[in-house]
Design a binder for this molecule. Sequence first.
Ligand SMILES: Cc1ncc(C[n+]2csc(CCOP(=O)(O)OP(=O)(O)O)c2C)c(N)n1
Ligand SMILES: [Mg+2]
Length: 819
Amino acid sequence: MSAVVDFPAPISENITSPQKLAQLKELNKKVLWLSSWMIHNANHVRPARDGLKVGGHQSSCASVSTLMSALYFDILGPDDRVAVKPHAAPIFHAIQYLFGNQTLEQMQNFRAFGGAQSYPSRTKDGDDVDFSTGSVGLGVGVTLFASLIQDYVHQKKFGSEELTPSRMIAVMGDAELDEGNIYEALLEGWKHDVRNLWWIVDYNRQSLDGVVNDFLFQKIKSFFETVGWKVVNLKYGKLQQRAFDGPAGAALRRWIDDCPNDLYSAITFQGGAAWRQHLSTDLKGTKGLKTFLESHDDAALHEIMTNLGGHDMETVLEAFREAEGDDTPTCFVAYTIKGHGLPLAGHKDNHAGLMTPDQMDMFKRANSVEDGEEWAPFSGLDTDPDQLTEFLKDVPFRARPAATRRAPVIPVAPIDLGREAKTSTQVTFGKIMNALAKRDDDLSARIVTTSPDVTVSTNLSGWVNSRGLFKRQQHADAFREQKVVSPIKWEKSPGGQHIELGIAENNLFLMLSAMGLSEQLFGERLLPVGTLYDPFISRGLDALNYACYQDARFILVATPSGITLAPEGGAHQSIATPLIGMAQDGLAAFEPAYGDELQAIMEWSFDYIQRDGSGTSEIQWLRDREGGAVYLRLSTRPLEQPDRELDEQTRQDILAGGYWLKPPAAGSDLAIIYTGAMAPEALEAWQRLRDDVPGVGVLAVTSADRLNAGWNAAQRARQKKETSGEGDRDRWAVSHVERLLSRLARQAGLVSVIDGHPATLAWMGAVRGQRMESLGVEHFGQSGDLNDLYAKYRIDADAIVDACNSVRRDRVRVVLKDS
Ligand SMILES: Cc1ncc(C[n+]2csc(CCOP(=O)(O)OP(=O)(O)O)c2C)c(N)n1
Ligand SMILES: [Mg+2]
């Protein structure tokens, strides 16, 4: 191991009593056993049905068990929140099991249907996971944003109580530091002066494929210190520190420091005799070495040489305790060995390695666990089980608020918006936010907005002008003070309701995750609205997926979108996002054309993001009872607005995904289906076709996602012929899209058009088996005006008319053939 810059914290007075230390070590021993056993049980004991390997990560667990045990059994306060590195899920479940928060059945069903999840999951695990993890780096990043949101919530003083901040903690793998999102988050945290954050690096110097660079720890130190963090190295355990006090101590320490990571790992795997051989050769002639080696047998020597800081309960507790009381963000570099205490220890291929049944047998004996006692919480321990039970009762972590804690639902009063003759959805969005900013109700108080450096260009500036930017300390707007004229106020204060972000889109989605979990994490509901340019959703897509996987609630407003962003060119024109909106679970996607549609959708969205499964659902077959996050794909293209007051039915149809803008004649042969900014082209084609096909209709699709989801759900219900409380309801399930299309003739032709990938709407032809031709953008756009681009990519009125004629010809052929 290469030399450390930092020396570990000095050996201080034992701040933990020997009895408590012994109990913590015992619990840690049990946690390691249970985690190993639950993985072994899943792979070797539980009957396999499909021939697939089940997997699990015994070595990743072993590496972090002391750190986790120290946290959960001693250090964590009731409101501290932890992101546990994905591969340590069994350690987390084992700890919760000992607390009585995890069932035996779930432990036994680890990685099986209905059992404990492979990686900690907020939504699928039953033992109160704080942050889901799995895609490395994201769980780490989200703790930083959670800490910022904790500050936000505290400073807003929503409740009457004075709140004391808790720690947001990530227990992370060292390879997670390779993920760029970590550094994007660090920089953002620095800008916002993040506090109360601990990142504990399980520095086992191994990733999945191999051993990490010898000098990584130096880089970690400089990265973190650059952005104002404290870095604490936990390199040597107490046994090592004591050995360093002996006559050969200085040489021994130098040898450890100089030993390359891969060699250290290899000798660890080989064990005591190998340590002896290397030390005898390399330190030959060192005074006191002979005595040191002779006074320890192989097992004792191995124990000392592998007694790294991260495996030594006392060292870990000291380091954590010493960091308490200071809210400076702190990175602990805890030296560990992957597979510590297991026969897999140190082997470079141990990431997915599992103990064999023989090895497990030996491990069981070493843990004094009797056959049949594998799951017993305290079997084989030296401490009296009653004492441990008593100990566990008093652990501070136990006092955490119930996972089911809910905050009151914020009512959504209608948004007051004047009518415009011509406007775009992006402008309307700004106006809606402006109208909300002027209100003095709970809804506008709970809204929090954020944007990655596109606040102004996504039309949030009106809102920000009224509500201000959030910063923990008051910060005047220098331009305003200097009387430089600008329509945009940029004053920052604890009362502000917009959190400014740098350009990194990953940060936007992690921020939305944290904002959208505020209710569960901090007991205070926020209504987050985040804006970005639609094409850059792809930049942060994994983080968006991560936010949805955690069931974080927010409204994502993506604008501008598509080739309608004409002069801006192909690099900014999104194509695939409508499909992302459809395919992303937990995200209801809308793409309205008109201002009144957007208004209805936003009113609905503020309510939808608050739902939790307990209310009633007004629309069948969708997840409207459970709620979710919302994605609005908007446009800068000004459109003539329909002169109308939305009636209740149309409003409901807009929310269900579509309505007839121009109703077809009953049994009509042809319909044009459009989404969003393509409304004028659809209407122009409709005008042109009306003479030929008098009954032609125009179907406005406001949400291909919800139309499609409703159709799938209704089909499933019919397939399963479930009987519900309402008798045969499911047997006769009819989705909204089926109802809409039933106005047309069975053999009608459909033509769809969207400024996005045509597959977004193409499935509609399958709903009733109608002929369909779908227009949309499949290839990268380029600069141009709308006329040129719509013509080039064939989404203009000419293309729609061509497609209508083509589908009609085809339809006639089919009719003739059938007859
Ligand atoms: C984004 C992402 N890429 C790849 C993986 C696959 N993967 C799982 S663990 C791992 C290496 C983890 O190493 P480290 O973080 O050091 O964990 P530990 O050594 O503690 O197991 C990789 C590449 C993943 N889970 N997430
Ligand atoms: Mg590692």
